[in-house]
Every structure is written in structure tokens, then in C-alpha cells.
Write a protein that binds this ligand. Structure first.
Ligand code: SAH
Length: 254
């Protein structure tokens, strides 16, 4: 919906995977122009430092058990500020439409007749892969890639990820929010495969200065992740493309 005179507007905008240099030109403009910035847990310090001093800033990242950080609260704030006539920047990690609930936020704004625009961002799956020298497609090692969530809404009945069948359909898989249930996920994937030597990389803090890559295969990655004390945010990449990290690892991976 386009903006009419004197009404507020919400910009649902991706902030990219972390490195502030990966903000789009549009995101940078909006950071300067917005009257209110509603930002996520995934928005790091270096990006927060770019927020103008006088702009109203509201942290809306979710903290478990804290009702003020639930999605409904974010929705209410977006609507409240827009109805006050403000220019609202809803800044989200990565891309707003990749596991970011940007779709739900846009639906709510439509239902409430609030004007909005949506600005893509570099999703962390792509950012982390690039900064790890892992081409998500490659003429010899991967013709298809699937982006999958490792953390489905427990309330919903379907769609459910068919982990056992993923590799029947695609060469490579990028898992978001996958480290918490890594063991269960890897076990399910292994059930669908004869050989378990498929390469796996876990990229923690992708594109940031403290990016860390853990490499293994389906048989040993759970142990390696445990030993490395992997913490979110981290992306799990599975497929032969992961081996290209040997050759293309161009970024300091600490
Ligand atoms: N909309 C976001 C994803 C939100 S879901 C995007 O497009 O990137 C949150 C998950 O994103 C995290 O659990 C993690 O799997 C991934 N993630 C976000 N930032 C990351 C980063 N810098 N490095 C690795 N994974 C990241």
C-alpha cells in the first residue's frame, strides 16, 4: 500500500547478515530518515551505532519469557507509531522475508491499512556462505539449494520439514536456526542417506569479525559443534559445495 499525505509509513527493511558494509543503500538512507527505529536481536552493535542520536529507537528482539518482546508487541508498536504519522523503520536481520516474520508483519499492516514498503536485505545464509568461501551453487558440486528452518512453529501442523527426503530433491541445504536441534536434524537427514560423509559447515556469526567456521561431516558434526561450543546465530550448510571452503576461504575466520 502506498503512502497518502500526513499518514505514517512503515519500512520493513533487511539489515543484512551483520557486517554493516552489507547494508543496502536504501537501508542506510532509511536509518538516517526514520523517526522511529524498531530493531531486532540480530541487529548488531556496529549497525546500531549508525542510528542517529535523536532518533527514537525501540528494541523489539524476543527475550524468552518477556511478554513485551513478543511479535504482537512489535505489531502494536508499528501500528501505533504509523498512526501517529511517523516514519517507522522496522529493521530486521538478514532479509525480511527469509524466516524473519516479515510476511506476517506485512499482512498485519495491510489488515490495519497502514502504508508500508519492503526492502530486501542479504540473508545470512548467503552472507555466511560467501564469507566462508562456500558457493551455494557450483557447476560441478551443486545445482540446487534449499533454505530450511530448523525451528518450526511448534503449534503448526504443516508444512513440516521432511529432513529425510531433502537430499532426494536438492544438492545443498542451508539451515537457519538449526544449532539448537542439530542432533535431531542430522539424525533425520542421515536416515535418508546411504553415505554419511556428506560435508557440513557451521558458520557462527557469519560476516562479522568474530565469524567462526566448524567443518565436518554428517557423522561427526554434532560432536564437533559441541566441542566448539557453537552458539547462535549460526547457519548450517550441508553438501559437497562445503569442501570449496578449503580453496576459497578468503575471509579471516578467527
Ligand atoms: N531473516 C534472517 C533470518 C532470521 S532467523 C535472515 O535472512 O538472515 C535467525 C537465524 O538466522 C539464526 O538462528 C541463524 O541461523 C541465522 N543468522 C542470522 N544472522 C546470522 C549470522 N550473522 N551468522 C550466521 N547465522 C545467522
Amino acid at each position: 500500500m502506498k503512502r497518502k499525505d500526513n499518514t505514517g509509513i512503515v519500512y520493513i527493511c533487511g539489515a543484512g547478515p551483520g557486517d554493516p558494509k552489507l547494508l543496502t543503500v536504501r537501508a542506510q538512507e532509511l536509518i538516517k530518515q526514520a523517526e522511529v527505529i524498531l530493531y531486532d536481536r540480530l541487529i548488531g552493535k556496529e549497525i546500531i551505532e549508525l542510528f542517529p542520536e535523536l532518533t527514537e529507537k525501540v528494541y523489539v528482539g524476543r527475550n524468552i519469557g518477556d511478554p513485551t518482546t513478543h511479535q504482537n508487541y512489535t505489531n502494536e508498536l508499528m501500528i501505533k507509531y504509523a498512526k501517529m504519522g511517523k516514519t517507522v523503520l522496522r529493521l530486521k536481520g538478514g532479509d525480511p522475508f527469509i524466516f524473519g516474520r516479515g510476511g506476517e508483519e506485512a499482512e498485519i499492516l495491510t489488515e490495519n491499512k497502514i502504508p508500508f514498503e519492503i526492502i530486501p536485505g542479504i540473508t545470512s545464509g548467503i552472507g555466511a556462505a560467501i564469507y566462508s568461501g562456500i558457493p551455494l551453487t557450483h557447476r560441478r558440486y551443486g545445482s540446487s539449494v534449499a533454505f530450511v528452518t530448523g525451528h518450526e512453529d511448534p503449534e503448526k501442523k504443516s508444512p513440516e520439514v521432511k529432513w529425510e527426503k531433502l537430499f532426494d530433491a536438492v544438492d545443498s541445504v542451508v539451515i537457519y536456526m538449526g544449532t539448537e536441534k542439530l542432533e535431531i536434524i542430522i539424525e533425520k537427514i542421515k536416515k535418508g542417506l546411504k553415505s554419511h560423509n556428506k560435508p557440513v559447515a557451521i558458520v557462527q556469526n557469519g560476516t562479522l569479525k568474530n565469524q567462526k567456521i566448524i567443518r565436518g561431516n554428517l557423522d561427526n558434526i554434532v560432536l564437533l559443534a559441541h566441542q566448539a561450543k557453537v552458539t547462535p546465530p549460526a547457519i548450517v550448510i550441508i553438501g559437497d559445495i562445503v569442501n570449496l571452503n578449503d580453496k576459497i576461504n578468503w575471509y579471516n575466520n578467527g
